[in-house]
Each structure stands twice: as structure tokens, then as C-alpha cells.
Design a protein around this ligand. Structure first.
Ligand SMILES: *[C@@H]1O[C@H](CO)[C@@H](O)[C@H](O)[C@H]1NC(C)=O
Ligand SMILES: *[C@@H]1O[C@H](CO)[C@@H](O)[C@H](O)[C@H]1NC(C)=O
Length: 511
């Protein structure tokens, strides 16, 4: 048995001394300046979009139902927080002493072109920070770290498609006990992403003052309830509450559901969501009988979906072609956006320090190349028959075979003999780690290194992800999104050698 794709919402590296932190069950109009878009006028662009839509509609009727029939929706862990949407927690939060970067340093000029100035108490009002000649797009995140990053990629990709400036929410998944909002720019280099894309990528903290408690009402499309037949409300998210936004949701037209009537999938295609960004097609959508606007809970105000700050409740389940396409060869969100989403200098510095210490490199030497394995266990064992973990998960022998393949490929392709192997895993069984040690592979021990105390709750995950991404060879676990993202980084950033291991039965990875 295989788990459905997208199950890797809760990857955490091996627990450290703050064990409890890991054992909890918490789930958890713009201008585009890229050359190919500059060539198209808005009218031409809409024509292209409309043509794609028709083509897509034709294609989806003939191909999709059979191709996707095996796809099973991954289990939604319910959002546990039943507080009033705008009632922020009053229990004190732990102090996160990592530096908080609100604005991308060194490129303020870039952002001035799409904002009036510094963030204001309300994003709309007087003064306000949105420019009257610029259109924006926003959406919320609500999963684990990796899936939130995949979601961010979709938000930016849809902004590019619709000629809008993306305004991204802070990261806020439960890494430890708390969902502490953390600026995306404290983990990823958004200035570099903006440069690569050719248009600015904004954060909400640049638009609305993060300290402000003044409420804005925002009209937003409710996609979730249309695409997910079991949903009875828009996708719940903490972001609007953190941003003091009172959301008035409008159900999207029925055609945003990719596979009509199919209960086991929640995807929409980019091509069905993009038209809502344009005045005439938005008006057409609003005229559909099933499209209804609900009042914002705090203020009781009903507003239609905002035309300037276009908003969709949740874009994780958005695809170009078919559900869960992030492991396909064709995955435009990766190639256009996420490939360019690199770590901040700070994450790189801490990750590299950690890596050099692990490899025992003296100060005067360069960091040697390494191979990283990501063995995703954790709740993947729920798919193991009879809880036979030994037979279900990849054996040390199978990993050895893969390591040898990677070493051979790197020797042939690059003439580099890579001998150092690092294991990353959320496995808690020490006897398994003993076998890792017997194989001669290195272990990242966040407990021993006091990672949480030194750097904060996010860093066990960030250091593992950094070390994976900095490898010349990578071996991941089939169906883990954490592995899939690491695999793509190693391939695209270093032209590295990558393999994914199959699992589920003792001979699953035989090949
Ligand atoms: C747009 O904003 C500029 C600068 O604030 C202002 O001068 C102009 O009058 C505004 N235009 C409209 C149509 O509101
Ligand atoms: C790679 O290096 C190891 C350790 O130094 C050595 O034992 C091995 O023979 C080398 N392999 C190749 C193909 O050069």
C-alpha cells in the first residue's frame, strides 16, 4: 500500500531535547516585466488565456478522469483551532530571537515601484499603501512547512499568469508548540526571487504594518468549498487573523473544480482560476447563480471579491495539468518560481556552519561534497502492513545500493569521488540509528547540538532542508514532498545526482 501523495505535511527531523515540541499532533494591477509578457498587450494576453482555457477544457474531458482515478486526496487533519477568527491568542508566545527581516534589504527601490511607501495601519484607508495603478494577488497558507512552500510557489505563479504583484503571507505552520508567524523573507531570499522573475514579490508586512490591530475587510474567492466536495466552509487559515483581515468570502463558480463531481480530489487548474483576475470574466463569474457572498464574521460586512487585491482562500491544490503534479517532469510552479527560491544568507550561514562541523572540516579547508539521504518514516508507517516497520521501510542495503549508483554517476559525470554520506530522518528508534552509524553514515543530532536553544524552533527543519539542498547527491523517500523538494534543489542548483527509494514491502526498491 502506498500513501497518497502530499502526505509529508508534518516532516520534522529527529526530535531533540524539547521532545514535546515534536510529538504533538498539531497539523497542522501589477506589472510584469519578463520579456515574453511584455510582448503581449492585456487584450492579447486575455485571448491567450481564453484559448488555453478552451484547450484545457477539451483536454480535461478526454483525459483527466482516467488519468487521475488513482489519485486519492490526502487526509485532511482538521484545523484544531476554534477561536474566533480575529481573536489572537493571549497566552504569551516564546521569544524567537532570530532576526526578523521585514523588508528585503538592498532593493527598496525595486519595491517602491509597486507600493506608495512604508506599511500602513490599514491596507486600504487613509493613508494606504497600495498604488492605484497596480494590481495585486494574495492567498493563504495552512499546512506544514514544505507544502506551504509549494503553495507559495502556486500563489506567485498565478500572480505571474494574471499580471499581478504577489503579496505573500508569513509562514505560520506549527513547527513547535506554537504557530509563530515568521516572515517568509527570514527563510527565503525574496529579492533574489524577484530578480529572477522580473517583478517584485511582496510580503504582507510591507503592505500592512505587522503591529497594526486595525481591521480591514477583504473580499476573497472561496475556492476550497467548491473544489473539495466535503468542505462546508472556505479553507481555514491563521493568516487573515494574524493580519487583522476580516474575510468576506464569495464561492467560486462551479467550473473551478478540476474533476467535476469527484469527491477524492480538491484540485483546480490555474486556467480556471486566472480568469477571475480580469474584470469582464469576474463579472461573468459573479453572475452565476451558485456564486454567493457571505458576510465577514467580525464586521458583518459583505463585499465582493476585491479587484485590486485579488484573493483566493487556498491555492495548494492548484495545477497546470493534473493533481499533485509536483513530482512530474512538467511542473511549471517549480520551473518558473520555486527553482529561484533560495535560502537567505542567514539560513545558508547557519546551515553551512552546521554542515562543516558535522563533516569535521577544519577552518582552512573548503566544504567537501556530500550525499544526503532523507528517510521519511514518522506517520508513513500508517501505510505499512501489520506495522512491520523493518520490512516496510527502505533497508540499509537498499540505501547502500543507491549510494553506490550515485557515487558512480558523480564519478562518471563530474569526476568527483563523493564519500561522505549524511542521514536525515524523523525516525525515533535508536536501534535504527545504530545501524545508520554501523554503515558509516553521519547523523545530524539536533539534541546534541542544542539547535533549538541556539537558533530557535524552526532551525532543526531548516538545517536538515539546507543540508539536503547543499548535497551533490541526494536519496529521498518516494512520495514525501520534503524529499521531492530537496531532490529538485539538488538537481537544479548543483546539477547533482538524485534517486528516490520506493518502500512499502521488503523488495519495494529492487530494480
Ligand atoms: C493615483 O495616485 C496618484 C499618486 O498618489 C495620484 O496623483 C492620482 O490622482 C491617483 N489617481 C487616481 C485615478 O486616483
Ligand atoms: C574514493 O575515495 C575512497 C576513500 O578515499 C577510496 O577508498 C575509493 O577507492 C575512491 N574511489 C574511486 C573510484 O576513486
Amino acid at each position: 500500500m502506498h500513501p497518497p501523495l502530499g502526505t509529508d505535511v508534518e516532516y520534522r527531523p529527529l526530535p531533540s531535547s524539547a521532545n514535546g515540541a515534536y510529538s504533538s499532533s498539531h497539523y497542522n494591477s501589477g506589472r510584469l516585466e519578463s520579456p515574453w509578457m511584455r510582448k503581449l498587450s492585456r487584450r492579447q494576453w486575455i485571448a491567450v488565456l481564453a484559448a488555453s482555457l478552451i484547450l484545457f477544457a477539451l483536454a480535461s474531458h478526454t483525459v483527466l478522469p482516467t488519468r487521475t482515478s488513482h489519485v486519492k486526496e490526502f487526509e485532511q487533519v482538521p484545523f484544531e483551532d476554534s477561536r474566533d477568527p480575529l481573536d489572537l491568542p493571549d497566552t504569551p508566545r516564546p521569544v524567537d530571537d532570530t532576526p526578523v527581516v521585514h523588508v528585503n534589504p538592498g532593493s527598496s527601490k525595486y519595491y517602491e515601484a509597486v507600493l506608495n511607501g512604508p506599511p500602513t495601519a490599514k491596507f486600504r484607508g487613509n493613508p494606504h499603501n497600495l498604488r492605484n495603478d497596480t494590481r495585486y494577488l494574495t492567498s493563504w497558507i495552512n499546512a506544514g512547512f514544505t507544502n506551504d512552500v509549494l503553495n507559495i510557489g502556486n500563489i506567485v505563479y498565478l500572480a505571474r499568469m494574471t499580471d499581478r504583484i504577489p503579496v505573500l503571507p508569513p509562514l505560520d505552520s506549527y513547527i513547535g508548540h506554537w504557530s509563530t508567524p515568521r516572515p517568509l523573507s527570514s527563510v527565503f531570499d525574496l529579492a533574489r526571487l524577484s530578480e529572477a522573475l522580473g517583478f517584485p514579490v511582496l510580503e504582507w508586512s510591507q503592505v500592512k504594518d505587522p503591529e497594526s490591530t486595525e481591521i480591514d475587510v477583504l473580499g476573497c474567492w472561496n475556492i476550497w468549498q467548491v473544489a473539495n466536495l466535503d468542505a462546508i466552509a472556505p479553507r481555514e487559515a491563521r493568516n487573515p487573523r494574524e493580519l487583522y483581515l476580516d474575510m468576506s468570502y464569495t464561492t467560486a463558480p462551479a467550473n473551478v473544480k478540476l474533476i467535476p463531481g469527484y469527491v477524492h480530489d480538491s484540485h483546480s487548474s490555474f486556467w480556471s482560476l486566472a480568469p477571475l483576475a480580469f474584470h469582464d470574466m469576474r463579472a461573468k463569474a459573479l453572475a452565476q447563480p451558485e456564486v454567493q457572498t457571505s458576510p465577514a464574521p467580525q464586521t458583518g460586512v459583505s463585499v465582493p471579491p476585491d479587484e485590486q487585491m485579488l484573493c483566493y482562500d487556498y491555492l495548494f491544490y492548484t495545477c497546470v495539468d493534473e493533481p499533485f503534479e509536483y513530482d512530474n517532469d512538467v511542473y511549471p510552479t517549480w520551473d518558473v518560481v520555486l527553482k529561484h527560491l533560495h535560502w537567505t544568507k542567514e539560513v545558508e550561514r547557519i546551515g553551512n556552519e552546521f554542515l562543516r562541523k558535522l563533516l569535521g572540516v577544519p577552518d582552512y579547508e573548503d566544504t567537501p561534497p556530500h550525499i544526503t539521504i532523507h528517510a521519511r518514516h514518522g506517520d508513513f508507517q500508517n501505510w505499512c502492513p501489520d506495522a512491520d516497520r523493518q520490512g516496510c521501510f527502505t533497508s540499509m542495503e537498499a540505501y547502500s545500493t543507491r549510494i553506490a549508483e550515485i557515487q558512480q554517476e558523480l564519478m562518471e559525470r563530474k569526476g568527483i569521488n563523493v564519500t561522505r554520506v549524511i542521514m536525515t530522518s524523523d525516525e525515533q528508534d535508536e536501534s535504527w540509528w545504530d545501524r545508520v552509524r554501523e554503515m558509516g553514515w553521519l547523523r545530524i543530532d539536533h539534541e546534541k547540538e542544542n539547535t533549538i536553544i541556539e537558533y530557535g524552533e524552526w532551525y532543526p527543519v531548516l538545517i536538515d532542508a539546507y543540508i539536503q539542498s547543499a548535497s551533490l547527491g541526494f536519496i529521498g523517500t518516494d512520495r514525501s514532498t520534503f524529499s521531492i523538494v530537496a531532490k529538485r534543489r539538488v538537481k537544479d542548483w548543483h546539477d547533482g545526482a538524485v534517486r528516490m527509494v520506493k518502500w512499502g514491502t521488503p523488495d519495494a526498491d529492487n530494480h
